[in-house]
Design a protein around this ligand. Sequence first.
Ligand SMILES: Cc1cc2nc3c(=O)[nH]c(=O)nc-3n(C[C@H](O)[C@H](O)[C@H](O)COP(=O)(O)OP(=O)(O)OC[C@H]3O[C@@H](n4cnc5c(N)ncnc54)[C@H](O)[C@@H]3O)c2cc1C
Length: 472
Amino acid sequence: MFAAGRFAAVSASEPPTDTRILFRRAIVLGGSVAGLMAARVLSDHADEVLIIDRDDLAALAIPDDRIAADPVTSIGPRPGVPQGSQVHALLPSGQIQLERWFPGFNEEALEAGAVNPPPDTNRFYMDGELRDEPPSGPAAQALISSRPFLEALIRHRVLARANVRTAKGRAEGLLLTGDAVTGVRFVPDGSSEPVEERADFVVDATGRSSRLSDWLEAGGFVRPPMQRMAIKLNYATALFRRPEQADVWTCISVANPGPGRTARIGGFTPIEGGRWTMLVSGYADDRPSRDAAEFRRRCVEDFPDEFGEVATGAEPAGDVVTYHQADSRRRDFHRLRRFPARLVAAGDAVASFNPVYGQGMTSAMLHASCLSKYLRGNPRLNRPARSYFADVKVVVDAAWQISTMADLALPHVDGPYPRGYRLLQWASGLIFKASMRDHRVSQRLNRVTTMLAHPSSLASPGLLLRALTARG
Ligand SMILES: Cc1cc2nc3c(=O)[nH]c(=O)nc-3n(C[C@H](O)[C@H](O)[C@H](O)COP(=O)(O)OP(=O)(O)OC[C@H]3O[C@@H](n4cnc5c(N)ncnc54)[C@H](O)[C@@H]3O)c2cc1C
């Protein structure tokens, strides 16, 4: 099946109906977005699903009545997800997956305080130019909240399932019998000794610093090849109180590198609790600090006026929090000839991208969809999950192509370059530029950047011709 077809298949929106039990017990390592989504899928196919996380997920669970009543003070970042204080946008494709696995999720999130801004309150700037028309249709759908809030709502839904439970502890390795995984080794909270926990299926969702490659090597397998792109990204995020009435709710500004221009991406979005979360980012030596005055200065000097108006006019609602991400990385499990049966990896443990494109959580949700497709496809469980990794590759490629194509234009980024880079760079530059003026080009591009469609859908002569003539 071509990549676009596979991508469409795992982007399905209908709730699955086949819930055949395949396992007595499945274990998910890591209970963040990727782990929670994998646990939701597995709860249809295992008598019991155990999520092991360094944080105490059960203690973080929020009673039903408090989710709606007091989301702001009850839900904050947790140590296991240090990026949780930074701006986190959920792409429309991720919203569809949430609705698919948790019917009614979007409405529940909006009732609890997530925001869906009216389209005419959204602004998008590229290199200082305001886009003529905001996107419309599914690509314009928004469910905006803080990251801890969204994760808490997902966790709430997953832990409500009768066969899912959690354990606090640090995963340390795999149990292997022959070429199959038969469990995990982890150090439970309060203990210094690892214990063994048996399982018929294991998902590694421990994030971008996953040790799965080490564990595979220790078990006599080859490490998955890893690709890294040194993006040297610097983030700073601050919260502000949002007035009831505002002309602009969401504003995103992208400055591409060029003569007299430093590459910078910034944005502010409304979140629960009547607040705005605002991001300013830079690359390499361009490092926003935690100093509030410097944050305000950057907003005024380096971004469109709307940023300065919020940063200087609205009341701060917290400190500036910074984050550095050295690279985008992907582990190409699909290229391994030998791999244990009954084991998969998901989310950032497979691939983590430049976060400015907002692809991570949505990718994790699509990986869960790949897992569902695999488990519903009569899998040969005593063989490696090759069809799972083949689908995951398509999802990773889709996000990787979009984010790395833009990142390769940054002066400090020196590869790896894909085959046909110059042509691809020319075509994507043309389409991005045209999207500022031509609504049809913008709509097609938005479906790809919001992960509703595979990037190959842009490779049409008709679209390129339209982009050429719309360039202005
Ligand atoms: C600055 C920044 C901004 C981002 N912005 C966006 C955005 O706007 N939109 C978006 O979609 N994505 C964004 N992302 C990406 C997003 O955070 C991740 O893609 C998303 O959290 C899914 O990751 P995950 O569940 O695979 O891993 P993580 O969220 O990193 O979670 C890993 C989990 O594993 C647990 N864990 C780790 N090691 C162990 C161990 N040994 N034993 C037990 N538990 C363990 C941790 O406690 C944690 O719960 C951003 C990332 C960064 C860094």
